[in-house]
Design a protein around this ligand. Structure first.
Ligand code: FES
Length: 139
């Protein structure tokens, strides 16, 4: 068994992958992310990648997701590809933007949630500090 380094170009992430396991399985077994994970069996197409450098072996994959032209061009399903050298790849699948391109969107969402939490906290503090004036009831 030989291990190779797989690099995801969009994120610069790397992971080791044995020549006995698929690129997707190798990534998952190390708790890494970067390639979208679906059926793990070549049926859904979400793990589609383009191998831009390196050598590999491939198992049969659905023509619904990988045309002959794709296959010749290295556009394959990561769950059906095993490395034979260090590899570089780009993520192509339908879920690409959810995995590789969420950093800015995620940070904006976190900032919005933090702002809302601060507003709620301030409102709670204002409510707790309210003083009932004579002729007013505190509620
Ligand atoms: S995970 Fe479904 S085709 Fe690879």
């Amino acid at each position: 068994m030989t291990n190779f380094i797989v690099t995801i170009e969009e994120t610069g992430e790397t992971f080791r992958c044995s020549d006995q396991q698929s690129l997707l399985h190798g990534m998952e077994s190390l708790g890494k992310k970067g390639i979208p994970v679906g059926c793990r069996g070549g049926g859904c197409g979400v793990c589609k990648v383009e191998v831009t450098a390196g050598m590999y072996r491939k198992k049969a994959m659905s023509r619904e997701h990988v045309s002959e032209e794709d296959e010749v061009g290295g556009r394959l399903l990561a769950c059906r590809v095993l490395p034979d050298s260090d590899l570089k790849l780009k993520v192509l699948g339908k879920m690409k933007k959810n995995v590789c391109c969420t950093t800015n969107a995620t940070m904006a969402t976190i900032a919005t949630i933090a702002t809302m939490a601060a507003i709620v906290t301030n409102a709670q503090h204002a409510s707790e500090n309210r003083v009932a004036l004579p002729n007013q009831s505190s509620t």
